[in-house]
Design a protein around this ligand. Sequence first.
Ligand code: SF4
Length: 338
Amino acid sequence: MRWDGQGVSVDDGALPGLQRIGFVRSVRTPQFEGITFHEVLCKSALNKVPEGSMLPFRYTVNGYRGCSHACRYCFARPTHEYLDMDSGADFDSQVVVKTNVAEVLRRELHRKTWQRETVALGTNTDPYQRAEGRYALMPRIIGALAASGTPFSILTKGTLLRRDLTLIADAAEHVDVSVAVSLAVGHPELHRDVEPGTPSPQARLGLIAAIRDAGLQCHVMVAPVLPKLTDSVEHLDDLLGQIAAAGANGVTVFGLHLRGSTRGWFMSWLARSHPELIAEYRNLYRRGAYLPPEYRDMLRDRVTPLVNRHGLNPDRRSFQAAQAPAALTAQVAQPTLF
Ligand code: SF4
């Protein structure tokens, strides 16, 4: 790793959860203040999606666990608990890096039994989070997939994807490639508060334009829509207009769901930043993780004419790019989701 001369501190101790997944060492550097990287050597890279899933892919690869993008609503937070870390601040700041993921993937893709099914990147944590600037897992992952003739899709909020655009466009000459950007919060202040580690909305609009300039299709996940915070006609109309102007091919829209320990983490943020909405959210999510049908119907009726007006109806190909995370399987029933 390229840590020499950067004030790196390293330790070899680890929680039992990390020891179970091939822990090598923990690394801290001033460039990533407040973040600890836990380097592990993984035994497998391809994860199979459970049978019966409605998702448009059968396999995923995740080079990282935990995500410094730190979205308050992140559905992947509970996965950190399997590592004996918490799903709140630890998820944002204790990032597990599978340093050998590309090499293991390359071996798996060379098996005679590999059927070259679509592999989704970005289903659990963001493959272009800040760590990727140092560890550069993605160029080798993309190279391995393309070399083996395996189609793949990428979903990200990270503008670091620009670094790999030429590589991705080259891969698209040989295999099906879908690229999707997640952008659901247009207000700069709310963005800084609810997605504090992510690139700004403007930077992500620039990323969409860059993807299109590279000759690739770009789908946009306008999700999750946050009740009473980002679900007004004005906000959605403005955001969809900017997404269309950036050149996106289509959008998928759906509302916030709050599952497991993500719910407590999000609600504690809401209590700090928007205490006036606590009662309303408790009522909306009183039956469980998902918004009630009445709200989803309202959102669909609100969004459909806006999506049509901005010419953002997803075609079949671009919908394939909108790889909804596994936790959202239950909501994947139609091209534009609510
Ligand atoms: S970018 Fe995605 S994976 Fe990362 S914290 Fe946000 S929602 Fe979670």
